[in-house]
Design a protein around this ligand. Structure first.
Ligand SMILES: [Mn+2]
Length: 417
């Protein structure tokens, strides 16, 4: 049996987006996360006694910030090589040959495949041959795989390719090819990179696989991240096992607040969902959460205006529950309940709060004008009164003045109701 570890898209030293430092945030520097994920990958390769490690492109985010990025990679690779585990890599769009200006000579048994044409590395000890080709430049609209060699008889053939296949949502058509055409090569396994989501491509019987990245970099890269342990037996059967490498796991936390009546109801529901999320945290892992409030609630406007407080409240709840959780942000995607009368009452209540003496200071109201929150208020008002009149207020008045007009109007509206 031949045992390979397939990784891709390390994006070493890429900055994780959106994780601010704040009191109660985890005591960990997110800038380390991609390096820690690589170190974890190496440990897993050693623990599982793999024969070869293969990396399907985008080892680096782009040009190195300094030599330490390359040094770190080779230091980790060195741990494998010293244990007799060779490493085969290709370059992807992020670390294309002509895009990276710095370079360090890799040690023996670390192969970075050429970009001029496909290259094959043979490991007779394991009856294994790995075929692959690096990117020369960041853009790659040719079907690279078309020129990969035919499968070598009597060997286990593995293809290493950085590609968006036949198109993946949100991806440019890099090195376009169809999974069926990959299968026609007769290789036992295709180790793909580029798409950051782990995927065993449908209809390929586990032979065409995106490993996904080793560490999510922002809230659009949610869930566990890792590498794939690939066992290929003498009969050519493939068995896959996913091994997780991420240090920080990103998650979107949907919190339904339908029918919440008070601000504290909303906090209770956030706490409930946060505590569920915290209970899913495994040892050594950190969680980065974006809270999304959704549903129809009379508190819609209040929540939208109170977003900065909500974020602080969510952070306060999170730090009570765990030292391992960041609140990246909170998003309010609620709606008002539909009934017009209710809408009037809600806005009246909201505006009463906004315009009361001890509420938001005058200056803050002025700052809010033009913000997303005030836009939401404006849309809300347009639902309960003449939209033209709302527009006129918006042109002629600012800040507190505007809110007072809205309040007076809604007071009158409610008296009539
Ligand atoms: Mn890529």
């Amino acid at each position: 049996m031949t045992r390979i570890l397939h990784a891709a898209d390390l994006h070493l030293d890429s900055r994780l987006r959106g994780l601010q430092r704040y009191p109660g945030a985890p005591d960990y520097d997110p800038a380390r996360a991609t390096r820690d994920a690589l170190a974890r990958m190496v440990e897993l390769a050693l623990d599982h006694q793999v024969h070869v490690v293969i990396i399907a492109g985008d080892i680096y985010e782009g040009d190195w910030q300094d030599w330490n990025t390359g040094l770190f990679f080779l230091q980790q690779i060195g741990r494998l090589i010293r244990e007799g585990i060779p490493v085969v890599c290709i370059r992807g769009n992020h670390d294309a040959a002509h895009r990276i200006t710095r370079g360090l000579r890799p040690p023996e048994h670390c192969y970075i495949l050429q970009h001029e044409k496909p290259e094959s590395v043979r490991f007779p000890k394991y009856d294994l041959v790995v075929h692959g080709q690096s990117y020369a430049t960041a853009r790659m609209d040719r079907n690279l795989a078309a020129h990969y060699p035919a499968a070598e008889q009597g060997m286990i053939n593995v293809g290493l390719l950085h590609t968006a296949l036949n198109g993946r949502e949100g991806h440019e058509p890099y090195a376009p090819c169809h999974p069926d055409h990959l299968l026609e090569k007769g290789y036992h396994y295709w180790a793909l990179g580029h798409v950051h989501q782990f995927e065993v491509v449908q209809g390929t019987d586990g032979r065409v696989v995106f490993a996904g990245n080793t560490q999510g970099r922002h809230i659009r890269e949610t869930g566990p991240k890792g590498a794939v342990l690939v066992d290929i037996d003498a009969a050519g059967n493939v068995r896959l096992q996913r091994l997780l490498t991420h240090k920080i796991r990103w998650e979107l936390l949907n919190v339904p607040v339908t029918d919440a009546r008070q601000f504290s109801d909303v906090l209770d529901r956030i706490e409930q969902r946060l505590s569920e999320a915290v209970s899913s945290v495994v040892e050594e892992e950190l969680l980065a959460v974006r809270v999304v409030l959704a549903g129809a609630t009379a508190l819609d406007g209040q929540l939208r205006l109170g977003r900065s407080r909500l974020k602080a409240e969510a952070r306060q709840l999170a730090q009570q529950l765990s030292e391992s959780v960041w609140i990246e942000d909170i998003r309010v995607q609620t709606q008002l309940p539909e009934r017009r009368g209710t809408v009037g009452a809600i806005w009246q209540e909201l505006l009463a709060e906004l315009t009361s003496e001890n509420a938001i200071a005058q200056q803050e109201i002025t700052e809010l004008v033009g913000s997303k929150e005030i836009d939401a208020l404006r849309r809300g008002l347009a639902r309960v009164m003449d939209p033209e009149r709302v527009e006129q207020w918006w042109r002629e008045q600012t800040g507190r003045e505007l809110l007072l007009s809205a309040r007076a109007y809604l007071d009158a509206l409610l008296r009539e109701a």
